[in-house]
Unconditional design. Structure first.
Lengths: 251, 199
């Protein structure tokens, strides 16, 4: 298996919220100034640490949404609020521009895409699992490379789509990028099929055939990743080309 | 103490004995793995220990099931920050598996179906500290949690507890496994918060 060495110690860095915007009613993108950020590959994540004034602290991991280099040398995270969470509601509802949090990273050398990989790419995202996949789409555009990219993005309803406007624009402007949505609870009014989960038909129709030997990246809740990766294997994709990132149980 | 994040109170948690620093409790059983979940047919399953001289000792599924098993309850700690306390397992102690193996190796590499590897010092496998388990909470271990059998080394971060384990290679020198080569800690003690290289 391919390996990436990350050398040196990962230190905690003070990150200052430079700007923030809502992607959906429950997901917010934080744009952070992180002095001396060493850069990252799309797909990597950071650990975030919050400390209360009595010294209590909590840590969670979040995928990085932005690519590097970044026009303002900033790092973007998109946080999905989990109502029973300890950390995510602070990041979506409380933290304000100018406030500081700590982060360290980048972490993870496996679930990454490199612009030097020439194979077509199949991105399968479930819910906020699209975040590291968006970093890959952005990195491809930043690098100006031409690998064909397809994103199949499973969401509950149209209002749950993260980066909806940007994806629309990129499908128009980034040659060789296609996006297909799978709606699990409610479709747009003009949609041709009822709500459904990701299935063989969707991957057959909107994915790449196994013969193209695409690099596959699957990210989302465990149930989504299990289902999607199983379908890819059943369709004949080489398991060694399927990289997964699962989340679940984190708050 | 880190920088204080204005307005962060945190959940006013009761302090939980058994919870290492930086961890939080979960009652789910989240899954972490790098690729698709392999389905390993029992008639093709083998567990093989290979010594530093190349000697092999191996068991097929029925031979493995015939080994003395232990039922035990332990806490598990994932590097992605969740911990789960009081999990019950059934499996074969590494003391049993390594008992008749002649070796002076200080390190081991666990190998899994699908190519995953992770390195563990020999002494962390012995003296009742590690098992190859095949039941979780009384049920056959589900493939997404590493079934039919996984390594279980509860005193180290959970990535050391290789899923779909197929064997151990005994080594005189330490070498990084899959996540270790990607920047994770070579040892992975949750009580010393050894998540990444340099921690």
């Amino acid at each position: 298996m391919a390996r990436t060495a990350i050398s040196g110690r990962l230190i905690w860095r003070a990150a200052t919220l430079a700007e923030a915007h809502w992607e959906t009613p429950t997901a917010r993108t934080l744009v952070l100034d992180v002095p001396d950020w060493p850069g990252h590959l799309p797909g990597q994540h950071v650990d975030v640490r919050l400390t209360a004034d009595d010294g209590y602290s909590a840590q969670r991991s979040y995928s990085i949404a932005s690519s590097w280099p970044h026009p303002q040398n900033r790092v973007e995270l998109t946080i999905q609020r989990l109502d029973d969470g300890e950390v995510s509601p602070y990041l979506t509802d409380t933290v304000e521009v100018g406030d500081q949090i700590e982060l360290r990273g980048p972490v993870g050398g496996w679930f990454v895409w490199r612009e030097t990989q020439t194979a077509p790419v199949l991105l399968l995202g479930g819910g906020s699992g699209v975040v590291p996949l968006m970093a890959m789409i952005r990195a491809r555009a930043t690098a100006g490379t031409k690998q064909p990219f397809r994103l199949i993005y499973s969401v509950r309803t149209p209002t749950d789509i993260l980066y909806a406007e940007e994806l629309r624009r990129r499908v128009r402007d980034d040659a060789g990028l296609d996006v297909h949505y799978v709606y699990t609870r409610k479709t747009p009014d003009d949609w041709s099929s009822p709500p459904k989960r990701i299935d063989v038909a969707a991957l057959n129709t909107y994915g790449w055939p196994p013969d193209f030997a695409p690099d596959c990246f699957v990210c989302g809740p465990t149930t989504f990743v299990e289902a999607a990766a199983d379908i890819l294997v059943a369709l004949g994709h080489d398991p060694r080309r399927i990289r997964t990132e699962r989340f679940g149980g984190t708050s | 103490m880190g920088i204080i994040s204005r307005g962060f109170g945190g959940r006013r948690r009761e302090s939980v004995p058994g919870l290492p620093p930086g961890q939080y409790l979960t009652h789910d059983f989240p899954v972490l793995s790098a690729g698709p979940t392999p389905r390993v047919p029992l008639d093709r399953w083998r567990f093989t220990i290979t010594t530093e001289t190349g000697e092999k000792t191996s068991w097929n599924w029925s031979e493995f099931q015939a080994l003395p098993a232990e039922d035990f309850t332990v806490d598990i700690h994932c590097v992605t920050k969740w911990s789960k306390l009081g999990t019950t397992w059934r499996g074969v102690s590494l003391d049993t598996l390594l008992g008749d193996v002649e070796s002076s190796a200080d390190y081991t590499m666990a190998h899994s179906f699908g190519g995953y590897t992770t390195n563990v010092p020999m002494e962390d496998l012995l003296d009742g500290k590690a098992w190859v388990v095949y039941k979780f909470e009384g049920e056959d271990l589900h493939p997404e949690h590493g079934g039919p059998a996984r390594l279980l080394i509860p005193h180290l971060y959970f990535w050391k507890s290789a899923k779909w384990v197929t064997g151990l290679t005994l080594m005189p020198e330490d070498e990084p496994g899959f996540w270790e080569a990607a920047g994770y800690h070579m040892y992975g003690d949750p009580w010393r918060e050894q998540r990444y290289q340099g921690d």
